[in-house]
Design a protein around this ligand. Structure first.
Ligand SMILES: [Zn+2]
Length: 501
C-alpha cells in the first residue's frame, strides 16, 4: 500500500476536467500563433523524428495517464486556429481539449523545455494546452538530449491537473531528471486523487465478460435490424480481455461483422477475435501501430442459430492496451427461405437532418478579409482618441478578424464590437483581456502595439458589426459601462532544465 505524501510526492493544481470520461486532444497545425510564437512543431519534429513517430510519443504519454486513472482520452482533428482561441474549454468541436503546439522560444538562454496549462477553468480554450520549445534538442530515449516521452509525460500531467511535486524521483518534479520509463507510484497516487482509479465497466462489475463462460450475450440487442452497439465497455489493465457472445439470426447466407471501436472513445489500440461456438478462430484484427482506432473482423456464411464468441483485448503490451471502446455486432445480407429478406426502409432518427439546411443570403467577406491571423492584421495605426471601423462582417462562424493599433498615451482603452467576441493581445501574442461586445484594458505604456481579435460569440456568422477603439476619456464614445478587466490569469508551469531555483 502506497503512502504518498500530499504536498511532497504530489501536488494538485486544484482544477480538473469536468467530463473526464471524454477528454479530447489534438495537434495544432503549423502556422498558427501559439503561446511563444508561430507554431512550427510539425515541421521541426517531422524532420527530426519522422511523421507519426513523435505523435506516438505524445499519445503514449496521454495513454500512460489514462491507463491508471478513471479517464478516457480520444484523438480528434484540429483546425488552424491560434492558441487560446475564444471558445469552450472542453468539447469545442474545432480542436481537442488538450492541444499540442510548439514554437522556438526567442530567448536562447531560456531553460524551459515545454509548458503545460492546467485544466479549466483557465482562460478559455488554452486550458490543458501544451507548448514545446522547438529550439531544444529532443530525442527519443535521451541520448544526449531530452527524451520527448519523458517531457510530454510531465506536461500532460499538468494538462490533467497535477502541479509540480517536490519529490525528485517523480515525473512531476519540476526539473528534467533524465529518461522516465513511466509513472512512479507517487504520480499515480496524484492522478488518482483527482479522478480515481480505473473502474470496471458495468458488465465486469457484475462478473460478466471475464471469460468464455461469462461472455456478455448481446443477442437480445440485435432487434429486427440485426445490429447492436455495446457502449461503455473498457479494458482496464494490460493483457485484460473482454468476452462477448451472440447467436446468429435464422437467416442463411448472412455475413457477420464485429468491430471494436476506440475511435473518438479512448487511446486504446484494440485487437478483436471472432470464434465459432466450438472455439475455432474465424478471424482476428489489430493494428498495433495505431491508437484510438477501430478494428473489424468480417465472416461470410454464418450458420443460422449458431453461437459465436468475440474476444477484445489490447493490440499492444503497453498503455495503449487500456481504455474504453464500443463493441459493434452487425449481421447483413442473407435470405430466409420462408421470409425473403426485405431491405428495411431508412428511418431518420428524430433530430437528424437528411438534407443540408437551406442557406439564405450568405454573409460576404468584408473589405479587410483576409485578416485571419495576426500577421495579416488590419492596421488601424495610432489611436490617440477614437477610431470607428464600420460595415465589418464575420463571413463564416469561424472567421477571425484581426486588427492592430497603437495607443496614444497610457490609460484605459475601450474596444467595442456589438455582439461579437473580443480578445486583446500584446505584441507577443499574450492575451490581455477578453469579453463579448465590450472590453476595456489599461495600457501602461504609450505607443504600445496591441492586437484586437474579433470572432463569433454565437457560433454563427455576423452580417454587420462596427469596431470602435477609443481612449476612455475620448468624447466620441459614452463611458458609462466601461469595465476594467484584469489580464487573464494564466497558470504557467515551466519545466526548467537542471539548474535549480
Ligand atoms: Zn512542469
Amino acid at each position: 500500500m502506497l503512502l504518498a505524501t500530499v504536498g511532497y510526492d504530489y501536488i494538485l493544481s486544484g482544477t480538473r476536467w469536468v467530463n473526464p470520461s471524454h477528454i479530447t486532444y489534438s495537434v495544432a497545425p503549423d502556422g498558427v500563433l501559439w503561446d511563444h510564437g508561430t507554431s512550427n512543431l510539425n515541421a521541426a519534429f517531422n524532420a527530426k523524428f519522422g511523421n507519426g513517430v513523435w505523435q506516438r510519443q505524445f499519445a503514449l504519454a496521454l495513454a500512460t495517464w489514462q491507463s491508471v486513472a478513471n479517464i478516457n482520452i480520444a484523438q480528434v482533428s484540429d483546425s488552424a486556429l491560434g492558441f487560446g482561441t475564444f471558445g469552450k474549454s472542453q468539447g469545442d468541436p474545432r480542436f481537442g481539449d488538450i492541444r499540442l503546439g510548439g514554437a522556438p522560444f526567442s530567448n536562447s538562454s531560456n531553460p524551459t523545455l515545454a509548458i503545460g496549462y492546467y485544466p479549466p477553468p483557465q482562460g478559455t480554450t488554452e486550458a490543458g494546452d501544451l507548448e514545446i520549445n522547438t529550439t531544444k534538442n529532443f530525442t527519443i530515449g535521451g541520448g544526449g538530449g531530452y527524451d520527448l516521452y519523458s517531457v510530454l509525460l510531465h506536461e500532460t500531467g499538468h494538462a490533467l491537473g497535477l502541479d509540480h511535486s517536490l519529490n525528485p524521483n517523480t515525473v512531476m518534479f519540476a526539473n528534467y531528471e533524465g529518461v522516465r520509463a513511466g509513472l512512479r507510484p507517487e504520480d499515480i497516487a496524484g492522478i488518482q486523487a483527482i479522478y480515481g482509479p480505473r473502474t470496471l465497466d458495468a458488465y465486469q462489475a457484475r462478473g460478466l465478460g471475464l471469460g468464455w463462460s461469462s461472455a456478455i450475450d448481446v443477442t437480445a440487442g440485435l432487434g429486427s435490424v440485426r445490429q447492436t452497439t455495446v457502449g461503455n465497455v473498457a479494458l482496464n489493465s494490460i493483457g485484460a480481455t473482454e468476452y462477448f457472445t451472440v447467436i446468429a439470426p435464422s437467416t442463411p447466407g448472412a455475413t457477420l461483422q464485429v468491430t471494436a471501436a476506440a475511435g473518438n472513445v479512448s487511446l486504446l489500440s484494440p485487437k478483436i477475435s471472432l470464434y465459432d461456438g466450438a472455439g475455432n478462430l474465424l478471424g482476428a484484427a489489430a493494428n498495433p501501430s495505431a491508437w484510438s482506432n477501430n478494428v473489424s473482423v468480417t465472416t461470410a456464411q454464418i450458420v443460422p442459430g449458431q453461437r459465436y464468441f468475440v474476444a477484445v483485448t489490447g493490440a499492444t503490451s503497453d498503455a495503449f492496451a487500456i481504455g474504453a471502446y464500443q463493441l459493434q455486432v452487425a449481421f447483413t445480407g442473407g435470405t430466409s427461405p420462408n421470409n425473403p429478406a426485405v431491405t428495411p426502409p431508412q428511418v431518420t432518427p428524430p433530430g437528424m437532418i437528411t438534407a443540408p439546411p437551406v442557406i439564405g443570403s450568405k454573409v460576404g467577406p468584408d473589405r479587410f478579409e483576409s485578416n485571419n491571423t495576426f500577421a495579416l492584421a488590419t492596421n488601424l495605426g495610432a489611436v490617440p482618441g477614437a477610431v470607428t471601423v464600420a460595415n465589418l462582417t464575420l463571413d463564416t462562424s469561424s472567421d477571425l478578424d484581426n486588427f492592430i493599433f497603437r495607443n496614444g498615451k497610457a490609460g484605459v482603452y475601450r474596444v467595442t464590437a456589438t455582439g461579437a467576441a473580443i480578445r486583446i493581445f500584446d505584441g507577443y501574442g499574450n492575451q490581455l483581456a477578453a469579453g463579448t461586445g465590450d472590453v476595456s484594458i489599461r495600457i501602461f505604456k504609450p505607443r504600445t502595439s496591441l492586437y484586437v481579435q474579433i470572432s463569433s460569440a454565437t457560433g454563427t456568422e455576423n452580417a454587420n458589426y462596427s469596431l470602435i477603439v477609443s481612449a476612455k476619456n475620448a468624447r466620441a464614445v459614452a463611458t458609462a459601462s466601461v469595465k476594467v478587466r484584469r489580464p487573464l490569469h494564466r497558470q504557467l508551469a515551466l519545466w526548467a532544465v537542471r539548474p535549480r531555483v
